[in-house]
Ligand binder design. Structure first.
Ligand code: DHB
Ligand code: FE
Length: 266
């Protein structure tokens, strides 16, 4: 729809693309390579592979837009939980699970079993938030999300949990591992052109929502993971680094991961 904002963005994009062509004296052949890259990304994109977003992410665009949009969220401990990019692998309608359940299904026995737990609170008052939904997803120990991997059960390592009156949450998951973003397509070509690797540090994704509160899209990162300083898609923030710790006396877990989320009202 031709709103003033759409008009502004479109004409600004054209201006910057023309400047890019002029500045680099872009040739017809080079421009055609760019068109082919776009077409290839389009052909590759489906429910399982979001190549358009991958391309934006290796360009650092999603992380930049995240920073611009949520610039009020700082890294300070008394601020709302920092945001991070959504990435290409969120799926809607993740299974609704009971508090204390596991999100592991079909790959029991693989990976480091982890009990994640904590609270969701109002960042200003410190009050627990009831009815907050945590939508969580992460990769299997082979570095693949379930929709990328025909060997995994549908919705493995995904779940939605709702807090009660105490604002607390807990569930079982696995310790994630670093892994490459898919690099056999246009995003990979861009990385290659820049001599960059495709690796992401180990992370777990969340979307938090609660009635009356601003939703938070974020990721937490294993502080000790490789690539923490060198994420292929530039998503790491200091306040989102977490520590997995050994746990005793839980038959279902070898590690625990405490983490508290703080939300802001609209
Ligand atoms: C990207 C993000 C992810 O969380 C991931 O697992 C793979 C790729 C991305 O931003 O491209
Ligand atoms: Fe991811």
């Amino acid at each position: 729809k031709a709103t003033p904002r759409v008009r502004q963005l479109t004409s600004s994009l054209i201006r910057h693309l023309h400047d890019f062509a002029r500045e680099n004296e872009l040739t017809v052949d080079e421009w055609m390579s760019g068109v082919e890259l776009l077409n290839e990304a389009g052909r590759m994109s489906d429910d399982r592979r979001n190549e358009g977003q991958l391309v934006c992410d290796v360009l650092g665009l999603e992380s930049l837009v995240d920073e611009i949009t949520y610039k009020l969220t700082s890294d300070a401990a008394d601020e709302p939980t920092a945001t991070a990019i959504l990435g290409p692998f969120w799926r809607k309608d993740a299974p609704i699970r009971d508090m204390g359940d596991t999100i592991v299904s079909g790959i029991e026995g693989k990976g480091d079993r982890t009990w994640m737990h904590g609270s969701v609170s109002d960042f200003k008052t410190g009050q627990p938030i009831s009815g907050a939904v945590l939508d969580v997803w992460h990769t299997a120990p082979n570095g693949l999300y379930e929709q990328q991997d025909s060997g995994q059960e549908d919705m493995n390592l995904r779940g939605r949990f709702t807090t009660g009156e105490d604002g607390k949450y807990n569930f079982y998951c696995l310790r994630p591992v670093p892994y490459p973003i898919p690099f056999d397509g246009p995003a990979g070509k861009i990385l290659q052109a820049l001599d960059r690797h495709p690796m992401r540090p180990a992370h777990i994704h969340f979307i938090l929502s609660a009635p009356g509160y601003k939703p938070i899209v974020t990721q937490i990162f294993d502080r000790n993971s490789k690539y923490i300083e060198d994420d292929a898609v530039f998503a790491v923030k200091d306040s989102l680094l977490v520590d997995f710790k050994p746990i005793q006396g839980d038959e279902k877990a070898d590690l625990e991961l405490p983490y508290d989320f703080r939300m802001a009202t609209f």
